[in-house]
Design a protein around this ligand. Sequence first.
Ligand code: ADP
Length: 494
Amino acid sequence: MGETGRKEEFFALSPCRPVAPSPYRPQMLSLRVKLTLYYLAILSAILLLFGIAIFTYLSRSLLMTIDESLAYQVKTIESHFMMNTDVDVSSLGDQNNEQLLELKPHLLQVIDDNWQIRDEIALPNDRLLVDKNELQRLEVGKPDFKTVKLPNGKLVRVATLRAKDQEGSGTYFIRLGHSIEALSNARRRALIVLGVAIPLALLLGSYGGLLLANQALKPVDRMTRAAEQIATGDLTERVDAPAKMDEIGRLAATFNHMISRLQAAFERQKQFTSDASHELRTPLAVMRGDIEITLRRERTAEEYKRALTSNLEEIVRLSRLVEDLLTLARADSGRLELRCEPINLTELCEQMVEYITPLAAQREQILTYDSPRRPVRVMADTHRIKQLLLNLLDNAIKYTEPRRQITLGVKTEKHNAVITVADTGRGIPAEDLPHIFERFYRRSGKTSDRSATGFGLGLSIVKWIVDAHGGKIEAESEMGSGTTFTVKLPLLDA
Ligand code: ADP
């Protein structure tokens, strides 16, 4: 045997089997980091959009203010020209032109309709050339604005107004330019502020996001630790459910519910295995004892026959037990498939009554069949429904004293076919009634006749058959008066 084989055997046999390591491995990127990163990505996008919007709005509104001021100024100059024919541009800044004193333009040009600069204020490097095509397109009285880079590199906002001359026959152009250095400075400052504020907000945001994610995932961490404890095999452990029924609260409650069900199933499984082994051991022990006693000395043929007959009885009981166990085990694992077909219950019950009558007759019991006059059709597995009827009728016969009445009835009720098996036997005590469908549940010490007692699996199988057909079963009983089992199965026509 190789090293691995030996190790496996050790683990399998060792009473202190080491607990398998938890399959949980921390991820490269934990959920909290992922959440923070998502949060940061969304925050960055929002802040960036917000920054772009603020910056654009600021630039536009500053430019609009400049344009409004330029429009006002260029119109003022136009009206000034209208009133004073002999005014020249250089006189616009004179003391007596109070209205225009505050203009202090960077450049001012008056261009006649021959595209010649008639008058201008501008330093040699600040001169703006005349673009005939551009001026030609302008409408009279409507100032046009544009940003121009002068030969000296300065950025100037220029307003050009096409105005009518005094006679009203021709037009000329007034061009007024103001430096937009202040605007550029304001934009630069805004950029600096945004450039500092956005990363700072992102830094604070990511810290806040991490704190939030930590806070939100704390209960998940606690649940993971509890789940790891449960995974080691301690099914009694439960996760701390937060008092609030939020998402985490619901997850914890669902998880606890799942573990409770798992624990119950596990307990049932353990109970089932232990009960089954116990049930198998008793008949085997009886058979072994019988055989050992018989073999102690020479016996007569009659004695051997008696021993063998007694053993055969036990073997029959054992076979029934194994058969029942197999049925339930297959049902549990979902391997027991129903072969459903339309069946007529009226007819099937009649067959079953015929089949079981000899057994009832042995105990001098009166078995009657309360048959409906018409067929009652259900979609069901014939073999399983026969098994159901046989188990219920067999119990009725078993637990009813001789010469008493047993009635099998079939009828329809709304959308259901209703089968009743009513006996007039000893009844089931109220405290036993909720448990009779549990596996291996029997009322103990009821009879000394071993063959009269079953294994407590018959009703579990009946319950499984009813459930598998989408039906319902109920038991009513009164001590000393009898027991009635009522099975409801969906009608085929419904
Ligand atoms: P068993 O093989 O022991 O009959 P069942 O699962 O069929 O197992 O029944 C479980 C228990 O329910 C029985 O041990 C018996 O005590 C009780 N029981 C079932 N049917 C009847 C009945 N018709 N009258 C009285 N007791 C019943």
